[in-house]
Write a protein that binds this ligand. Structure first.
Ligand code: ATP
Ligand code: MG
Length: 405
């Protein structure tokens, strides 16, 4: 009997031991699971905290006051006078630096550093324009002149240093609409190995208060950083009209943009490898300040094409057309007296439509003649509804105005 009990005891011990081991293993497993759940909880807490945090406000430092407070222009609108958090190094606060304000907008909590405006960065054409000099008809003299002023100093600054002369900083192209001013500027950029930045002045003029001037500043900084570069300011009259009547805040704003532009023109060394090309069809309303020597030193007039030039422009634009038969370029040039390059381009496009309407996939001389008649008669009546022709009825008067400048 005793034996039996002994046996039972031993087996119970063994069972208990096994059970204990089993429990120990479970505890270990649960501990591991607990740890992973705690980790997860921690992550969730961090996420939650981030979600509950109000957003910071972006602002740009305008000035640092003697008492250490800072005037900033907040992205929400007004200029604010704010304190600086003790975590921020005040020596990094300079005008123009971008900072983050706390959510109440009362304190600078972080310096974001100077950053390029995405607007400005977008303006930099990483892809150079594909325009070539051979895409321009009849402007040989103007091409020669602009190459001398823009290309030569960029390619061979040494020559200018040796001669002791200062190459011009900028060129102004002016003339009636649609004669190829923008085209010529793009071709210079396309043929030179320079960074090309295009600024459309009318867009600048629409910017918020202070923005226009800032963008001008940033564009020039970008141009200098990526030198050699060409800055094209298209339709400069939008910001450089005579500063006569500075009444509304919009006009004051444009004035500030212009002042900044003049400061940039004066500010950089002409051998800085930044060249500016501006275009306008209203040189008569430009502020004389912009035309002062040392700013746009070369002013190149681009006239309406004469007969020879029109023939060349027809040659350029008919090159890509699928034409059947002979094309009499001389004849086309002679029936398009007064047409601009843009008109000639429109004539070629219109000829294509005439061919389409006739169910053909090629263009004939007759199509071109018919298109020319159509475009020229519209031009005469002052209507300019075809393609991208932009010829206001006053073109002739303006033409007269350019002549005496
Ligand atoms: N001399 C030219 N040779 C070839 N094409 C031309 C010429 N002039 C104008 N064109 C054609 O007309 C289009 C418009 O020209 P462009 O934009 O250069 O005119 P613009 O002088 O800048 O006019 P605006 O003063 O209205 O800005 C060009 O894209 C081009 O196709
Ligand atoms: Mg233009």
């Amino acid at each position: 009997m005793e034996d039996r009990d002994d046996y039972d005891d031993v087996s119970m011990d063994r069972d208990l031991e096994r059970y204990l081991r089993y429990l120990e293993k479970s505890v270990r497993e649960l501990q591991v699971e607990k740890k992973s759940l705690m980790d997860e909880l921690g992550q969730c807490r961090i996420e939650l905290e981030k979600m509950l945090q109000p957003p910071l406000i972006e602002a740009v430092v305008i000035d640092v006051l003697p008492d250490g407070r800072v005037i900033v222009k907040s992205s929400t609108g007004p200029n604010l006078i704010v304190g600086v958090s003790s975590r921020v190094d005040p020596s990094g606060l300079r005008p123009g630096v971008s900072v983050a304000l706390n959510n109440r907008g009362s304190e600078i909590v972080e310096i974001l550093g100077t950053r390029e405006d995405p607007l400005v960065t977008a303006m930099k054409l990483v892809e150079k324009p594909k325009t070539k000099y051979s895409d321009i008809g009849g402007l040989e003299e103007q091409i020669r002149e602009i190459r001398e002023v823009v290309e030569l100093p960029l390619k061979n600054p040494e020559l200018f240093r040796k001669l002791g002369i200062e190459p011009p900083k900028g060129v102004l192209l002016y003339g009636p609409p649609g004669v190829g001013k923008t085209l010529l500027a793009r071709a210079v950029a396309g043929e030179t190995n320079a960074t090309f930045i295009r600024l459309v002045a009318s867009e600048l003029a629409q910017k918020f208060i202070g923005e226009g001037a800032r963008i001008v500043r940033e564009v020039f900084a970008l141009a200098r950083k990526n030198a050699p570069s060409i800055v094209l300011i298209d339709e400069i009259d939008a910001i450089a009209a005579k500063r006569i009547d500075i009444g509304t805040s919009g006009e004051r704003e444009i004035h500030r943009t212009l002042t900044q532009l003049l400061a940039e023109l004066d500010g950089f060394d002409p051998l800085d490898n930044v060249k500016i090309i501006a275009t306008t069809n209203r040189i008569d309303i430009l502020d004389p300040a912009i035309l002062r020597p040392g700013r746009f030193d070369r002013i190149i007039y681009i006239p309406l094409p004469d007969k020879r030039a029109r023939k060349e422009i027809f040659r350029v634009h008919t090159r890509r057309l699928n034409i059947k038969g002979e094309i009499d370029l001389d004849m086309l040039a002679s029936i398009t007296e007064g047409a601009s390059g843009a008109d000639i381009k429109a004539i070629c496009t219109e000829a294509g439509y005439i061919a389409i309407r006739a169910g053909r996939d090629y263009i004939t001389l007759e199509d071109l003649v018919e298109a020319a008649k159509k475009i020229m008669s519209k031009k005469g009546s002052g209507i300019s509804g075809v393609v991208d022709v932009e010829t206001p009825p006053t073109a002739q008067n303006k033409q007269a105005a350019y002549q005496h400048i």
